[in-house]
Design a protein around this ligand. Sequence first.
Ligand code: PEP
Length: 250
Amino acid sequence: MRTPLVVGNWKLHLGLKDAQSLARALVQGIEPDLPCEVGVAPVFTVLQAVASVLEGSPIALCAQDLHWVDKGPYTGAVGAPFLVELGCRYVIVGHSERRQHFGENDRIVRLKVEAALRGGLAPIACVGESLTERERGEAFVVVRRQVEAIVEGLDGVERLVIAYEPVWAIGTGKVAEPQDAQAMHAAIREIVARHAGQSIANAMRILYGGSVKPENAPGLLREPDIDGALVGGASLDARSFLAIIHAVRP
Ligand code: PEP
């Protein structure tokens, strides 16, 4: 019913040559007739170069961020129309590194989600609790607040993808237990159902992110409400990323 989605977030890694050679390796190594969608999110400066490698392949070009205004006097910013022009299909919004290092809050994340949808991009909106919040037993409350800020009254909500990324699992090698991730994904789907209706919630892809590796991917992806993965570190290595992609079963 839902087509799984696996996205590699290359973060601030891989300049022109490395990005193109990783993209080439993925295009060559990807199995035909995949039961999922695949995307990669390179640094802005190499989007066009990677797009030319991906052309004709089933791998979608994604951006790591966007500005909430389309164009204008915003030095250093990149608006949705500029990403669409390069062939981007998805854009990551509200990644915990943006929330932590760039001061993005729920309001900004919401504006960015709206900008993405307005521009014709599918936003992959990230939510997730910190270690302290989890230890205080606040994980579900925090994630509910973040999800509600994104979905309440949102036009185009049917094109939204949510990524549950517990902050304590990102880049740490600590992965959520499949059943814990499943419980959060089911809770997120319920929140979406309350605000956007059951059929939209049933169709929405909810990805897990946080130290996904070839070894733990099959267990996570087997859970009924985990519809794919947002992968950081392991997406920088073609063999690892391909193994995660090929762990998706129809
Ligand atoms: C991420 O940055 O979205 C991420 C999940 O990173 P990692 O896979 O390295 O934990």
